[in-house]
Write a protein that binds this ligand. Structure first.
Ligand code: IMP
Length: 428
């Protein structure tokens, strides 16, 4: 698994599984690190020494100067966030010498941010709880065939004209339907486009580049964002993000053919969290949830929102393994469970009529009426943040880990017991 040619790292829960940390760990061996979906809704935190880096668009490989980093065509990019991200890294001595942005990646424009906020407000009590980064509206425009792609920035007059046309439509929608004054073209010209132009040196046909890397036998790491339960197709729809977060989306999102991703590693934290609204069957509240939130620093990287906390949901995890074809898992934040008392893993759901299902249902009303069936595990009190091999774990922690394997059928091959790079170890 760790000696890879091409490897994808995907989230198995509701995002925030610690993919950033695991990708950073694996990126040490990669030549190229690629993102293929999502945009600045993602927030990958990486701790190196005393420094904490929060990345939104950029793959974790950017923290190693010599790696090639690619933002694939499946992403949606907000130049005002991306330029800030690049400037921030530059101030800390990291220059993106080998960064490439797909000319087919779609741009998030100021009207997408406004639309995201207006749509959420209109939803009233049934808000999705989006990150308000304009993700949904940008993907809507992509699918609706009125998106602006990064490559279009190369023709300034033409792109301005296109934006002007789309803005007229958007403003009509904002004013008539949402009673909002809309956005001025002048604002876009003066503040947005100069920032977008700063991305020009990085924009290219990244699928050609990736094809060349594949032919050279380069080691390529694909870095997923969000998680399987936020997937547009198989997540808790409509409380999902607007892209497909599964490994299957790598091919459309980068332009490499199926079969070229040789292995997929799923990342799951040792319990569950969710930000934003939507069903969360194993959610817990009260002091234990508060303790886990504090210990695990469970506050959104992008929005700072406190994350909802739950027991490990084996049903959701099993689905993530099936849909991504996972044979291996990286289990993160394992140290957070020390001293939490007895623990639970959901193995099935009991429906309102008493029947038991072992898969994640498509219909949310069925999910909402169901209660998890739990397998209980004895807790452990030992601090495991210093563990550097499986032999350093107490017997109760090992039993819990075996519980994760039993419920998913996947092997836990990588274990993380703290935020630092040296707090990750491989299980041979
Ligand atoms: P959007 O992606 O901003 O449209 O938000 C849709 C849903 O996905 C909301 O529940 C967000 O909280 C959630 N979401 C989006 N990105 C992330 C992420 O990186 N981590 C966790 N949740 C996310």
């Amino acid at each position: 698994m760790l000696d890879f040619t091409t490897l994808a790292v995907v989230g198995c829960q509701w995002g925030d599984e610690g993919k950033g940390k695991i990708t950073d760990y694996l990126a040490a061996q990669a030549d190229v690190v690629v993102r293929y979906q999502g945009g600045p809704n993602a927030g990958h935190t990486v701790n190196i020494g005393n420094e904490t880096y929060k990345l939104h668009h950029l793959p974790c490989g950017i923290l190693y100067q010599e790696k090639t980093c690619i933002l694939g065509n499946g992403m949606v990019l907000d130049p005002s966030v991306l330029v800030k991200e690049l400037d921030n890294l530059k101030e800390r001595g990291i220059t993106p010498e080998r960064l490439y942005i797909s000319d087919r990646a779609h741009l998030i424009l100021p009207y997408h941010l406004r639309q995201d906020a207006l749509e959420e407000k209109k939803r009233g009590g049934s808000k999705i709880g989006t990150t308000l980064r304009g993700i949904g509206p940008a993907y809507q425009d992509k699918i609706g065939r009125r998106g602006i792609r990064a490559g279009e920035l190369k023709e300034p007059l033409r792109v301005k004209e296109r934006i002007r046309e789309i803005l007229a439509e958007k403003n009509e929608l904002f004013q008539r339907y949402y009673d909002d004054p809309g956005i001025k073209m002048q604002e876009i010209e003066e503040t947005y486009l100069p920032l977008a132009d700063r991305l020009l040196p990085y924009i290219t046909d990244t699928s050609l580049l990736l094809d060349a890397y594949l032919h050279q036998g380069a080691k390529i790491l694909f870095e997923g964002a969000q998680g399987a339960m936020l997937d547009l197709e198989y997540g808790t729809y409509p409380y999902v993000t607007s892209s497909s977060t599964l490994a299957g989306s790598i091919f459309c999102g980068t332009g490499i053919p199926p079969g070229k991703v040789k292995a997929v590693l799923g990342v799951a934290k040792a319990y569950s969290t969710r930000v934003g609204a939507g069903p969360f069957p194993t959610e817990i509240e009260g002091p234990k949830a508060g303790q886990i939130r504090e210990r695990g620093r469970e506050f959104g990287t992008t929005t700072g929102r406190p994350r909802r906390i739950g027991w490990l949901d084996g049903v959701a995890l099993r689905q993530a393994c099936r849909l991504n074809g996972l044979e291996h898992l990286a289990l993160t934040l394992f140290d957070v469970l020390s001293g939490m008392g007895d623990l639970k893993i959901a193995t099935a759901y009991r429906l309102a009529d008493g029947s038991v299902i072992e898969h994640f249902p498509a219909a949310l009303h069925i999910l909402e009426q169901s209660t998890p069936v739990y397998q209980e595990y004895a807790g452990w009190s030992e601090d495991i943040s210093g563990a550097r091999s499986i032999n350093d774990l107490p017997a109760a922690a090992l039993a819990y880990l075996q519980g994760v394997e039993a419920v998913t059928g996947a092997r836990v091959s990588l274990i993380s017991v703290g935020p630092r790079r040296d707090q990750t170890f491989v299980r041979p």
